[in-house]
Design a protein around this ligand. Structure first.
Ligand SMILES: [Zn+2]
Length: 94
């Protein structure tokens, strides 16, 4: 499990429609883990990022700018909060 120093509910300055319930779990060495609680199934997903990028994003940078190294799925999770499974059910049904 994670060695949790501090958990912060994340908010963003931007006026994006935001459903995601996100928490920052601070790690040592400038790394953070973002815990995302899926609004549909309540499953928690974890995304590893740099702590300074969270600060950048909180100050108004867009997700794709601040976290350019994340996959598209991970960035989408930061916006919608949906876990991969729920996202696939909603948008990738044929
Ligand atoms: Zn889900």
């Amino acid at each position: 499990m994670y060695s949790v120093n501090k958990i912060i509910l994340l908010t963003n300055e931007r006026k994006e429609k935001r459903m995601a319930e996100l928490y920052e779990i601070e790690q040592k060495g400038g790394e953070s883990t973002i815990a995302s609680v899926c609004p549909k199934c309540k499953k928690v997903s974890y995304i590893e990022v740099k702590s300074k990028d969270i600060l950048w994003w909180k100050n108004g940078a867009m997700v794709q700018t601040a976290f350019s190294y994340l996959s598209a799925d991970q960035r989408e999770m930061l916006l919608s909060g949906l876990c991969t499974e729920c996202w696939n059910k909603l948008f990738k049904e044929d």
